[in-house]
Structures are given as structure tokens and as C-alpha cells.
Design a protein around this ligand. Structure first.
Ligand code: HEM
Length: 221
């Protein structure tokens, strides 16, 4: 099991993502979007989506810094292991309520509004379920478990990315954190087949895009 989940599974998931994204872009470019549901309901969406997206983007940034930068580099910068762990937990505790509350509102509106419920596809539910597992296990980590991942999960992720996986690093990791990790790779694998493709279309050029010009409508004409 250890070899399957921590040697084979990550590469299977990342390969599906790497092949699936360009294929979807080529064969279904018109469906490459976030499939906005603002048309059906906007008040809960405004709060839920804003909280969720601010939280999840900060959290992703934290994951990149925490998982991909080796602890030795932090030590060289004078940041001790204890301080590193503490900052990670405090940042996580600040961000997790945003993600959990926002996600709760997004799921609530999809479950409770009939128009939204019947326009939500199986892929949408799958994406929300996986994001939900990620948020709940992540929330459990920062509020309850406080397990340091810098000597286990982080070096394992780095070993996977260096194409030399060290599954033994994951052997002592608690089950909830293993679920968090495996769920994260599953999310990467299903990403090309769901609305989550919109993550790769962040409108970063939007602020500098040419303005859209509208002609003024004169009632008397
Ligand atoms: C890169 C920056 C991102 C932008 C600009 C963005 C934008 C959007 C937009 C416009 C929607 C549609 C909201 C609506 O119904 O009108 C949406 C929905 C959604 N986004 Fe993002 N997003 C981003 C990143 C992410 C990330 C990193 C995730 C996490 C995995 C994520 C997960 C979701 C989910 C699950 C929904 C569906 C929410 C629902 O149930 O309605 N997004 N996003």
C-alpha cells in the first residue's frame, strides 16, 4: 500500500493531469470555464466564493512555500524549525476558517436552491467533495492535530518532484494527513474533467486588458 500510494499513485495522478489538461483544452475549449452560477443566485455566492477563493489561494501559496522549500534553506535564513512550524500553524489557523466557511456556503446554496441543485453536474459534486475533504483534513491539522509535516510530508513531496520518491518518509504519518495528501493528488487527477480547469485560467491580464466600449443608449433616438 505504501509503495502504491507514495510511489505510483502520485505519478499516475500527475500524468492524468498533464495529459488531460491539453486534451480538454484542444477538444472542448468552449467548456473551459468556471461555469458561473451567479445567474441563479448571487448573495450567498458573493460571500461564499470570495471567502473560499481568498482562503484557498492563500493556502495554496502556503503549501508551495512550506512543502517545496527545503527546511535546510529556512535554517540558513536563520528561521528555526520551531518558528517555521509555528508560523505554518498560525497562518493555517487564519486561513482555514475562510476556506471552511466559504465552502460551507457554496455547498449549502447548491444543496438548498433547486435551480442550482439541478444544474450541478456529477463532476461539480465530485470537485466540491474532494475540496471539502482537503479543507476538513487541513482544518483538523491546524486546529486539532498539530502534526509537523516538515520532516515527513514535505521531504516526500520534494522526493516525488525530484523523481526519486522516498515512500518510507510517509510511513509514520497519521491517517488523516495521509488522506489529505492522497486526496490532493486525486484532486489533481480529476481536475481536467471538471470545472476546476478554471484554476489555470486566472484572469491575470484582466487589469491591463483594453476596456470594453459600450455605446450610450439615447432614449430619444
Ligand atoms: C486562480 C484563481 C481563481 C479564479 C480567478 C477563480 C474563479 C472562479 C469563478 C469565477 C468561479 C465561479 C463562481 C460563480 O459561480 O460565479 C469559481 C468557482 C469555483 N472555484 Fe475558483 N477560481 C480560482 C481558483 C480556484 C482554486 C485554487 C480552487 C480550489 C481548488 C477553486 C475552486 C472553485 C470551486 C470548487 C468552484 C465552484 C464553487 C461553486 O460551487 O459554485 N478555484 N472560481
Amino acid at each position: 500500500m505504501n509503495t502504491f500510494f507514495y510511489v505510483i499513485y502520485p505519478y499516475v495522478c500527475l500524468s492524468i493531469m498533464a495529459c488531460g489538461l491539453p486534451l480538454r483544452y484542444l477538444y472542448a475549449p468552449g467548456q473551459w470555464n468556471a461555469r458561473s452560477s451567479q445567474f441563479f443566485e448571487r448573495r450567498l455566492l458573493l460571500w461564499g466564493s470570495t471567502m473560499f477563493h481568498v482562503g484557498i489561494l492563500l493556502s495554496l501559496g502556503g503549501h508551495v512555500v512550506g512543502l517545496l522549500i527545503p527546511s535546510s534553506l529556512f535554517a540558513k535564513m536563520g528561521i528555526s524549525h520551531e518558528l517555521h512550524v509555528r508560523v505554518a500553524f498560525v497562518a493555517g489557523q487564519a486561513v482555514a476558517p475562510l476556506v471552511l466557511t466559504g465552502l460551507g456556503l457554496l455547498i449549502y446554496r447548491r444543496l438548498c436552491l433547486p435551480t442550482l441543485r439541478c444544474t450541478t453536474s456529477a463532476g461539480d459534486w465530485l470537485a466540491l467533495a474532494l475540496v471539502c475533504v482537503a479543507a476538513l483534513t487541513g482544518g483538523y491539522q491546524v486546529f486539532v492535530a498539530h502534526v509537523s509535516a516538515f520532516d515527513t510530508v514535505a521531504p516526500w513531496v520534494q522526493s516525488v518532484l525530484a523523481l526519486s520518491p522516498q515512500p518510507e518518509l510517509m510511513r509514520e504519518v497519521p491517517l488523516f494527513l495521509q488522506i489529505h495528501v492522497i486526496n490532493g493528488f486525486t484532486l489533481a487527477a480529476v481536475l481536467p474533467f471538471t470545472r476546476l480547469v478554471h484554476i489555470f485560467s486566472a484572469p491575470v491580464t484582466y487589469p491591463v486588458a483594453a476596456p470594453v466600449l459600450y455605446r450610450q443608449r439615447y432614449e430619444h433616438l
